[in-house]
Design a protein around this ligand. Structure first.
Ligand code: UD1
Ligand code: UDP
Length: 368
């Protein structure tokens, strides 16, 4: 029996792990146990995804909570090491680019436990982003790299990471979106709850450090959404980081007519909102792709994106929030826009391919 220990800690990782955990449960000869670092801990940022997406209950929750990057990553590193010493899994599986990803990878390689990285090879080429550092270091520590796109495979090759350790399996978030499509379609109440009509609103999310920690960029976003809301209501499920930053800079996010600010919503409700929005405006990595999975135009409120395919295909445009007018113009200008057809994110079988890849790799390396 191959024993895989999955490390998760932040919202998008729970969502990605939902698909792969389902594939583990179906497969034979492999057993998964989940470690939650506790990086995200509010019910709306953590537990609700485990309930809604039926993710197996973690065997360990380290409860590290929020702090500076060094303190948070350091606490995780120490505690993950202790768990690994006790559990001695055959593989450690990490997702994405958060501090939980890096801590999981580093703790494992130091104990000579092989690491598999899901969402390997993404690059913004902006080393000021904490996520960029996390993913570069994790890719170079990992033994198996599950890349979601051809672009990611090329990025890895450019850094000398090639050969059998690299598998283009497609994007696990596509698997989750496909599996939840019918549930999302049934969730008509989502729109009713926010007083908006299908195709008649903008869905906005903001949480990236470069936007929340820079008061001017945050103000440009809030005032930009206020201009948009004169024409179309803006529904904004708020990340707790953004709520805290807005409060610290004296910005009242709910003060503008037509801007509906809400707690973070569940995955299915989010999918329902994405599938009916006129435009999705976001600085999230996952939400950019979900807009495309639901056939909606997206404006990415950043200077660059790792998911370049959607910009090339015309589904997504980049808009650094340099002024309220720039934000409003980009969002309103995206209404009705469609991009080219294509399947840049695989066939929706990423999770199966990940499980198969782990089993195949373990059989050849004799680690089972
Ligand atoms: C983290 C990831 C980011 C990812 C995002 C997904 C890192 C460096 N960043 O950013 O890549 O896109 O998760 O959402 O790992 N907070 C709460 N309750 C919670 C969680 C957070 O109130 O349950 C607040 C705290 O004030 C905390 C702040 O949000 O200080 C930031 O949380 P943190 O996990 O450090 O980073 P994120 O911005 O969530
Ligand atoms: N999401 C959600 N509720 C929300 C906001 C986002 O379920 O209120 C989901 C979204 O659908 C996507 C994931 O969270 O699947 C993206 O996570 P996030 O934006 O926090 O992180 P990123 O993808 O930027 O790392």
């Amino acid at each position: 029996m191959l024993r895989v220990l999955t490390v998760v800690g932040a919202r998008p990782q729970f969502i990605k792990a939902a698909a792969v955990s389902r594939a583990f449960a179906k497969a034979t000869g492999v057993e998964e146990s989940i470690l939650h670092t506790g990086q995200h801990y509010d019910d709306a940022m953590s537990e609700q995804f485990f309930r809604e997406l039926k993710i197996p209950t973690p065997c360990w929750n380290l409860g590290v909570g929020s702090s500076s990057h060094g303190a948070q990553t350091g606490r995780m590193l120490e505690q993950i090491e202790a768990v690994l010493l006790e559990a001695r899994p055959d593989w450690v599986l990490v997702y994405g680019d958060t501090n939980s990803t890096l801590a999981g990878a580093l703790a494992s390689v130091k104990l000579h436990i092989p690491v598999a990285h899901v969402e390997a090879g993404l690059r913004s080429f902006n080393r000021r982003m904490p996520e960029e550092i996390n993913r570069v270091l994790t890719d170079h520590a990992a033994d198996l790299l599950f890349a979601p796109t051809e672009t990611a495979v090329k990025n890895l090759a450019d850094e000398g990471l090639t050969g059998e350790k690299v598998v283009n399996c497609g994007d696990v978030m596509y698997d989750v979106a496909l599996a939840s499509r019918e549930d999302a379609a049934r969730m008509g109440d989502a729109l009713h709850r926010f007083g908006v009509k299908p195709g008649g609103f903008v869905l906005a999310t903001v949480h990236r450090a470069e936007n929340t920690d820079d008061p001017e960029r945050l103000r440009n976003l809030v005032h930009g959404f206020a201009i948009v809301a004169r024409q179309l209501p803006v529904v904004m499920p708020l990340h707790p980081r953004t709520r805290a930053s807005a409060e610290a800079s004296g910005l009242d996010l709910g003060a503008h007519a037509g801007v509906v600010v809400t707690e973070p919503v569940g995955y299915i409700e989010m999918a329902a909102l994405e599938s009916e929005a006129a435009v999705v405006a976001t600085d999230s990595g996952g939400v950019q792709k979900e807009a495309y999975f639901h056939g909606r135009p997206c404006v990415t409120l950043r200077d660059e994106t790792e998911w370049v395919e959607l910009v090339q295909m015309g589904w997504n445009t980049l808009c650094p929030p340099n002024s309220p007018a720039a934000v409003a113009e980009a969002v309103l200008g995206a209404i009705g826009r469609k991009g080219a057809e294509g399947t840049p994110y695989g066939e929706g079988r990423a999770s199966e391919l990940i499980v198969e890849g782990l089993l195949a790799r373990s059989a050849t390396s004799g680690s089972v």
